[in-house]
Design a binder for this molecule. Structure first.
Ligand SMILES: [Zn+2]
Length: 367
């Protein structure tokens, strides 16, 4: 069947299916619903949940259609094929799970095709949607809420960001654990998870070339980190750290930029190569610190933040624009989830991504 034929058949089936869902399933066994909230537009949509043998099911075509995810329904064989962000997913009726890029993921109960409708256990959301969504969605299982964080990303003109290079420096690592956080985890672990996720979405959504100063739990000296940054000739260097209430007054964050500027016409002030920051680089760093800080604060309403010019060792001699973001370990972004774990970690990397994206694009449009 050609694509157009397939599409129209699918539409008919879906419309028919809606009627049946309303008549046969939703009214007698309607138990709940899943709220999908698009963060960018603040629009909400409800997907009904139906109970079957004690398991909560959702109507898969409804979910996919609303989230604008590409799918095809092979009704004859009882299989739905989903294509999203280079991922291939297949769910078949009678199977308690789905295939994601060829790997089987388990659900607590079997998928059901019935009355021209296709139902999957709600497990589909944490087990499959979250992994193929690559940070575009966050799931709150206790309230049955999906946060659609993708926003206006697709509205960015392609090409603007093609040559951008960003270096991300996850604070600490290896023998240097950083701070022991209130949530019972080392700072070095959280900074790495945040950096890794941020790198992945900068690459996939903005086409940015990202270099990391460490690729795992490794001990990396400050000098080594600066070598990576300066050798990259990147557009931006971002260091990620966490702080406690002692470092940061209240619920907020600091952005550090170099306080040492050297002007070419003032040779008397010249420092060692690694210790000088050209004035133009410092100005750009400040511009990014403001752009990122303002945008980041928007994702955490009521937050207090400041830019601090300090001669931090990592910033002295940085030859590219850069700043260090230090987040209070108690901060939350896009809601109230702990930033060090699970969905809170994903939201924090989304907030960092959104802020960096805005600053990078503002910078580009100035040029
Ligand atoms: Zn730190």
């Amino acid at each position: 069947m050609n694509a157009a034929g397939c599409l129209s058949l699918r539409r008919q089936i879906t419309v028919f299916g809606h009627l049946l869902a309303v008549l046969n399933l939703v009214s007698p066994s309607y138990s709940n619903s899943i709220t999908i909230t698009a963060i960018a537009s603040n629009a909400s949509h409800e997907i009904p949940v139906v109970k079957e043998n004690g398991t909560d099911y959702l109507i898969l075509p409804d979910l996919l259609q609303y989230l604008d995810i590409e799918w095809e329904w092979d009704y004859l064989h009882g299989i739905i094929h989903i294509h999203h962000r280079d991922h291939m997913v297949r769910v078949a009726e009678g199977v308690a799970g789905g295939l994601v890029d060829g790997n089987l993921v388990d659900f607590s109960a079997s998928n059901i095709q019935r009355d021209n409708q296709f139902f999957v256990p709600v497990d589909f959301i944490p087990e499959i949607l979250m992994s193929v969504g690559e940070g575009n969605f966050a799931w709150e299982s206790d309230g049955y809420r999906i946060l659609d964080l993708s926003g206006e990303v697709s509205g960015i003109a392609p090409g603007i960001h093609e040559q951008l290079v960003v270096v991300i420096d996850p604070g600490h690592g290896g023998e240097d654990n950083g701070m022991w956080l209130a949530s019972g985890i080392w700072e070095k672990q959280v900074t790495f998870h945040l950096a890794d996720r941020l790198a992945s979405i900068l690459r996939t959504r903005l086409g940015v070339s990202v270099e990391m100063t460490r690729s795992g739990d490794e001990t990396v000296s400050i000098e080594q980190r600066k070598v990576v940054a300066n050798a990259s000739k990147a557009d931006l260097f971002i260091g990620i750290h966490l702080g406690s209430d002692q470092d940061l007054a209240g619920n907020g964050f600091n952005i550090y930029v170099s306080g040492t500027a050297v002007t070419p016409d003032d040779p008397g002030s010249r420092l060692f190569y690694w210790e000088e920051t050209p004035a133009s680089v410092q100005a750009e760093s400040l511009q990014h610190a403001r752009g990122i800080g303002n945008a980041l604060a928007e994702t955490a309403p009521g937050t207090k933040w400041s830019i601090k010019q300090l001669n931090l060792k990592i910033l002295k001699g940085l030859a590219i624009p850069g700043c260090i973001i230090e987040l209070n370990e108690k901060m939350t972004f896009y809601g109230d989830l702990d930033l060090s774990r699970g969905a809170g970690l994903r939201r924090t990397s989304e907030a960092l991504f959104d802020a960096i994206k805005i600053s990078l694009i503002a910078k580009r449009s100035d040029e």
